[in-house]
Design a binder for this molecule. Sequence first.
Ligand code: HEC
Length: 133
Amino acid sequence: MQLRIVITCLLMAACSNGSDDLREWTPADHAHPPETEIDPNRVPQKDAPDLSVGELLWMRNCARCHGADGRGGREAAISFATAEWQGSVDDATVARTIAAGKPPTMPAFADLLTPEQIQELVKQVRKFGGRPE
Ligand code: HEC
């Protein structure tokens, strides 16, 4: 009899200790962590320390069609590396093409990239032609 009381007391003590950590569940406990906006201008460069913003944007958005070196050969046929092509368009036209796309293949990037990012890509396209930044 004596022993049962002692054990009961011990159990109660253990339980009340544990319940100090318990609090009421709130919907916030189930919420997903907030979606973070990824700003490519601030992507950690740990894995690719030598990439400029323009190169990074190029590799993400354009290289799959225009090739990593801008010489085409994938979905896009033209090469940005020739003096002929570089001389055939001005910067504003390149920016407009990026924003509006080239139907039917090239998607419009106006809703995906900021005007600043499009300008970085114009510079990147010019770099393929050998023009220094
Ligand atoms: C799904 C494939 C695809 C993607 C992605 C793509 N392009 Fe294009 N792009 C094309 C095609 C196809 C053309 C038409 C010319 C050709 O066939 O080479 C073109 C044309 C262009 C032109 C105009 C060339 C001219 O003189 O008419 C520019 C500039 C250009 N792309 C830049 C970009 C940039 C910068 C990106 C990334 C933001 C990009 N493109 C992403 C397929 C693509």
